[in-house]
Design a binder for this molecule. Structure first.
Ligand SMILES: Cc1cc2nc3c(=O)[nH]c(=O)nc-3n(C[C@H](O)[C@H](O)[C@H](O)COP(=O)(O)OP(=O)(O)OC[C@H]3O[C@@H](n4cnc5c(N)ncnc54)[C@H](O)[C@@H]3O)c2cc1C
Length: 231
């Protein structure tokens, strides 16, 4: 890639759903577009994406492949790479440098690098993330409807989470873990919805045949669960 002759109207940094949507709109607006994507969309661990009208249940990476093809139909280019710096040029444009040393220039940048989830340090949690360790009931609640679900309290919002997930299953257990105790009113709300609270630090997850089977507490007690919810 020559630093001198590569100049796009827009370089899109990050080719997830947001970046590719932008690239499609910009390419259709007759802008020259380059998408530089490191290839780690947030929902990559999930087998299917839900609530996306027209593509309900599509595998996340398949959705992005479709998006890349749609943007490419209008001339947007996509390359795999990580942008490590973007600096202003005297003419108002940007010089964009990738980890592999590739350099591109652009009149404008669209930064759509997403977010990275930070998971609590509980044994086995990272390995099950996006499979049966979940965060969003609207994304995955239906898939675990009527199943035993555990909410791992990581903030005072855990009570709200437990009450929310109760919409999908009547078997919700709230693991207080290392959170301060909840108030009387919160206990009343939980009891009204039949949600029990388990005291004690969660030390790990039990897994068998590539499925979550339980939540292990300090002391060794295992509470059977098929999905665990984190924030
Ligand atoms: C487990 C899980 C399941 C989910 N399920 C659903 C669902 O069912 N339905 C739903 O609507 N939403 C779901 N979501 C939310 C959905 O994943 C996000 O809303 C969506 O991914 C956000 O898109 P984005 O383009 O902003 O970011 P991302 O999809 O994260 O894409 C960002 C892209 O930018 C790239 N990038 C980052 N830094 C750089 C850099 N320096 N240079 C180049 N590239 C870079 C990344 O590698 C990545 O490819 C889920 C999320 C999770 C965690």
């Amino acid at each position: 890639m020559s630093e001198l002759n590569q100049r796009y109207d827009v370089v899109v940094i990050g080719g997830g759903a947001a970046g590719l949507s932008g690239a499609l709109a910009l390419a259709r607006a007759r802008r020259s577009v380059l998408v530089v994507d490191a290839g780690s969309p947030r929902n990559a661990p999930a087998s299917h994406a839900h609530n996306y009208l027209g593509r309900e249940g599509v595998p996340p990476l398949e959705l992005l492949a479709i998006g890349r093809a749609e943007a490419a139909d209008y001339g947007a280019e996509t390359v795999r790479g990580e942008v490590v710096s973007a600096t202003r040029l005297p003419d108002g444009g940007f010089r964009v440098v990738q980890a592999d040393g590739g350099v591109t220039k652009a009149r404008r940048l669209l930064v759509t690098t997403g977010i990275v989830d930070e998971l609590p340090p509980v044994d086995g949690l990272t390995e099950r993330w996006g499979k049966d360790v979940l965060h969003c009931p609207y994304c995955h609640g239906y898939e675990v409807r009527d199943r035993p679900v555990g909410i791992l309290a990581l903030s005072p919002m855990a009570v709200h989470q437990a009450l929310l997930w109760r919409q999908w299953t009547d078997d919700v257990v709230l693991f207080r873990h290392e959170q301060a105790d909840f108030g009387d009113e919160e206990y009343e709300q939980l009891a009204a919805r039949g949600i029990s609270v388990v005291d004690g630090t969660v030390t790990g997850l039990e897994v068998a045949d590539d499925r979550l089977t339980g939540v292990r507490l300090a002391g060794g007690t295992v509470i059977p669960r098929e999905a665990v919810v984190v924030q």
